[in-house]
Design a protein around this ligand. Structure first.
Ligand code: ADP
Ligand code: MG
Length: 445
């Protein structure tokens, strides 16, 4: 076994530019499967992996397959050489040692220690693999971010060793979460993103299967930095970073505006367009990508992740997963248009020097309020005019106010992770847990 290949990353590889995965393609079914029966096929697959990756079984005992993402297969394994190393990554062990006697603390840990072995598909480019490992390494002390324990390569196969996190499948709890529980979920996710964004890293693929949440402990860990990148990678000037006056001037003098002023009812298109097509990183999962990603903004920043957080909260409030389910980028833009309306989408496109036009008559000019969408999705429609008006609960209204700050089409106005952690919707999570603590104290007294 050799150490993972290191190679400097200068460019995003071509394949990454057009990536977009389907939210339903992943299993994400991790539960504590150690005592579950192992599927025969999985046992065979693990056997083949152990045979081909020489030496892996001396260090790890493979237990089960726990996840299958788009770019990897993940196994739960017991770390057989745990006591030979310093294991600062093992938060659980540190926690349990805190309560031991000084003599106990000196003794070697006897209980089994688990890791997640992420077997990255051999078809992934070395640049991409290196990028993921390097960013994971950089984020090793980040709060609520999965650190990298180590990595190995055998021939063309690279594996990343990560601490194993017990969590529950999102599909098992998203329909039943109370607003208080949503606050805690969001707080944990935002804490992770704050530490990622502080390092000027974009995660690019924020979604439930990449946030391993344990509802019992109200704690989650952000994983999967396979598409992550440093802010500024491959940036080219985008109109959205111009000063407002400059942008207004550019828009007023654009071909589009001149056509409009000349009274052409719709934009006319040149028969042969000689302009080179715009290229931008659009990696991510369909349905979670921010409008500026879909509009190919060439200066995307950490705020793209905040939009994805908004989609997660919208999913929780509407109890619909996946909320957006588009076939391609245009479809995805139209789904957003259904909610926010044509006017907002036109403005958003212009921000990035693009023109948004649609002749589909069902998209309204101003869209719908998020309140209305949540009421529709949760079967609380006001069809019966004589009955009492159905409304969101006061708590849901607080959530919606926060949601508007996340699902802000103009990325410059979107709330940041740090600001979000100070937003009333999230700070209430602290207050509520303090009340819970007081109740526990009372019971104990
Ligand atoms: N550290 C971990 N602990 C427990 N399960 C994990 C861990 N890392 C990944 N998984 C499981 O494996 C799945 C795929 O991992 P991920 O890193 O997202 O790979 P991919 O890049 O293929 O999407 C996750 O959705 C999760 O269910
Ligand atoms: Mg993933």
């Amino acid at each position: 076994m050799a150490k993972a290949r290191t190679q400097s990353m200068r460019h995003i590889d071509e394949e990454l530019l057009d990536e977009s995965t389907d939210p339903l393609e992943e299993s994400g079914h991790t539960v504590d499967s150690s005592d579950e029966e192992i599927d025969e096929n999985v046992a065979d697959e693990m056997g083949r992996f152990e045979d081909s990756f020489i030496g892996i079984n001396k260090r790890y005992r493979l237990i089960n397959r726990i996840g299958e993402g788009t770019f990897s297969t993940v196994y739960k394994a017991e770390d057989l050489e745990y006591n030979k190393y310093e294991n600062r990554w093992d938060v659980d062990e540190r926690e349990s040692r805190k309560w031991q006697s000084p003599a106990g603390r000196k003794r070697q840990s006897r209980r089994p220690h688990y890791v997640a072995i992420k077997k990255i598909y051999v078809t992934s480019s070395p640049i991409r693999i290196f990028n993921e490992l390097e960013l994971l390494h950089d984020l090793k002390n980040g709060d609520s971010v999965c650190p990298l324990v180590t990595a190995f390569r055998h021939q063309d196969q690279v594996v990343a060793i990560l601490p194993y996190y017990q969590h529950q499948d999102f599909r098992d709890y998203y329909r039943d979460m109370t607003v208080s529980e949503m606050r805690l979920y969001m707080k944990s996710l935002l804490t992770a993103l704050r530490s990622v964004h502080q390092k000027r890293i974009l995660h690019r693929d924020v979604k439930p299967t990449n946030f391993l949440y344990n509802p019992q402990h109200s704690r989650g860990v952000l994983v999967d930095f396979g598409l992550a990148e440093r802010e500024g990678t491959d940036w080219h000037k985008c109109v959205c970073t111009n000063a407002l006056e400059d942008r207004r001037y550019q828009i007023a003098h654009s071909v589009y505006m001149q056509n409009q002023q000349a009274g052409h009812p719709t934009t006319s298109y040149p028969k042969t367009d000689n302009r080179s097509s715009r290229r931008a990183n659009r990696a991510g999962t369909r349905g979670f990508r921010a409008p500026e990603v879909l509009l190919k903004c060439t200066q995307q920043n950490t705020s793209i992740d905040m939009w994805s957080v908004g989609v997660v909260l919208l999913t929780l409030l509407t109890r619909r997963f996946p909320f957006f389910h588009s076939a391609d980028d245009i479809d995805a833009l139209l789904e957003i248009t259904t909610i926010f309306g044509r006017k907002k989408m036109k403005e958003t496109a212009l921000l990035h020097g693009q023109v948004f036009e649609t002749n589909v008559p069902t998209y309204s000019e101003n869209g719908h309020t998020l309140e209305k969408i949540i009421l529709w999705c949760t079967g609380r429609t006001n069809n019966d005019k004589t009955g009492p008006k159905k409304e969101l609960t006061p708590e849901e209204k607080e959530a919606v106010a926060f949601l508007y700050r996340l699902l802000e089409c103009d990325s410059a106005k979107r709330i940041t992770a740090d600001e979000a952690l100070h937003h009333a919707f999230i700070t209430k999570a602290y207050e509520e847990s303090e009340v819970d603590d007081e109740l526990v104290d009372l019971v104990e007294a």
